[in-house]
Design a protein around this ligand. Sequence first.
Ligand code: 26V
Length: 800
Amino acid sequence: MFSSVPKFKTAFLKKLEMMFGTSFEESTSQEQFQTLGHMIREYVSADWIQTNELYRAGAKKQVYYLSIEFLLGRLLRHNLLNLGVEEVVCKGLRELGIELDQLEEIEADAGLGNGGLGRLAACFLDSLASLDLPGHGLGIRYKHGLFEQKIVDGYQVELPEQWLRHGHVWEVRKTDDAVEIPFWGEIETRMENGRLVFRHLNAEPIMAIPYDLPVIGYHTQTVNTLRLWNAEPARFPAHADIFKYKKETESVSEFLYPDDTHDEGKILRLKQQYFLVAASLKAIVKSFKKKNKSLLAFQDYVSIHINDTHPAIAVPELMRILMDDEGLGWDEAWRITVQTLSYTNHTTLAEALERWPLRIFQPLLPRIFMIIEEINERFCKEVWKQYPGDWDRVERMAVIAHGEVRMAPLAIVGSHSINGVAKLHTEILKNREMNLFYQFYPERFNNKTNGITHRRWLLKANPGLSGLITDAIGPDWIGEPHKLAELMRYNTDSVFLGKLHEIKQRNKERLAKTILDKTGIEIDTESIFDVQVKRLHAYKRQLLNVLHIMHLYNELKKDPDALLSPRTFIFGAKASPGYYFAKKVIKLINSVADKVNKDPATKDKLKVVFLENYRVSLAEEIFPAADISEQISTASKEASGTGNMKFMMNGALTLGTLDGANVEITERVGRENIFLFGLSAEEVLDYQNNGGYHSLEYYHHDARIREIVDQLVNGFFPDTDNHFNEVYDTLLGHNDQYFVLKDFASYAEAHLEVSRKYLDRGKWLRMSLVNIAQSGYFSSDRTVREYADDIWKVHSALKV
Ligand code: 26V
């Protein structure tokens, strides 16, 4: 049906009629989109079945990636591209009077994640399938993904997101593979034939129904699976309130990250975690059993990856299955568990490290809790044996301590591999945050620097640039992204650089149009597009960026020629609903935007735009249009960052600190092709440990800082006086934990350098080219291959 344009058109029209009982003329865009989606699903079904058969029958090891988030975005264009049928479809639709670009907009983003962690999982799936690796994702089919953000009067308002309103065209409900997950109840312990037997009594079961999505590799026949679990009632209890029971059950897959400030929310989150893990492990063990191999060789056929600590319950759950369901003894089960599991840490921030109060954990998951107690006891004994008398060490490493289960220690003790997501991050884990564990298990720690799929973030998102690249060096870079380095030879080719400039301009014009449509703000496409898009968090320092914009505004008011090159600052960020400070920063950005964009003295030189509801589909339009990529986290705090890589790949220059993967970006592009500023990670950690930073001194000694910080509270923003008291307090009252004022001067200097460099277009374009050419390393194909070779030990299923 995709072999030629006429065949496609015929099949499309027939399918549309069959699905909706409507003529083409009468059909809606939604119906047309659904039709195309179904055609693609049908088209891949043969390969999907074949891939599954290959995996079922074959002796090859499978890897399962457990993640509480998968931030997929839209799939239509991506699938068309990977299948190699984009052109036929585009032409066929056009002949029918439909623009693919517009049809694409019909699809809702699958926004089942917050940011980097969830998007990384989605990029990994694409790379696994494209490399023909037998790897699958397992997650939760949240009814509502990350909230939809509206900006009302400068403030963030959250609305429930509704991606399933029209159904999800790519999913297949697999009722036959449903499993029951028990919660609450009691454990009965008995001796049977000389063995302890555990029975879970009075449990409240929840049914987990899988929805499978095909994960289509690029120009290959491999179609892997992303399985998302939906929570539904198991059986209706005769006496209970049926509606209440149904609602309670379904709430488990209702929201991504329910509010956990109260116990009720905490219970729900822990339920979600066990729901994901228990359902997934049941499915994994079932599929392993079809191979008829000895359970003792489980780890040779199955690798299970724990993406951050949310699925760390996989450690006791696999133990439970191997012991209670399969009858193995502790030692055998433990060996298999550790050899099967691996864990990635994605943050060192203490507030993000998960811990569960026992009062919640024990009653909700009684058997799992017993196993964790045993794991803890045995582990503490081992530590004690190696460090006799060192109570302090045992206490700091324990899995259960101070009335809490600690998920990171649980994941570390139960996995054979623990990795950080960028070199610097892994070093910080080893030498600081997880140092005691590193001393205990040095061989388990390793680094896997993050990557992004260049197929979505360059090939799909930036057709202009990918076309230019292919014209210059051929199409091999798509399969072997390191070959982007061949672009280096165009470094002095002014014709090539001219085209590079043209493409950037076109992308900027497109974004400018979107901005005008969405916000009514007109921006100058000759200005520098200076972009910061990411979750809103104090450590990412959107505050530093906006304070610096206030400073530029003040300068411009004093001297209309103060700015060398006009600037457009673009922000996109969601703040977690309960994160008060983050929401204030959003309001501040919008207040500054209001002021700057309206002032006749500055509006032609300085513009500030806050783009509402930042998400994957919007990101795809933003990265290709950026000149400057703001990666300005307080050094040591950003584990890796992946937006930095997406910008680089699209030719934006990084303005950043030596944090996360920025360090490795610098290594690749060279010091002269990046704008660095600020404290080093070492310096930040030293200040944190030994003190010595006093933000007030910077306020008193730097007039620029004094002016902007005062403006937060002195009525500078009309109608909002005192709105930014808390921001003022974090900077001066609480000694500026994230070193915003400390880094301000160096940041301002780096911005000046950006303006100077931008004046020399040739030089700028050469810098941009180097960034694109060196970005191949940051393809998730490289990352996934490293995981496959070093950690998972999985190999292509197609090769013998
Ligand atoms: C979550 C939270 C939630 C509560 C408030 C504080 C807080 C702070 C950090 C986090 C992050 C959770 C894990 C995460 O998303 N990490 C991100 O993972 C990316 C992929 O490895 C990485 O590129 C980012 O640097 C890292 O922040």
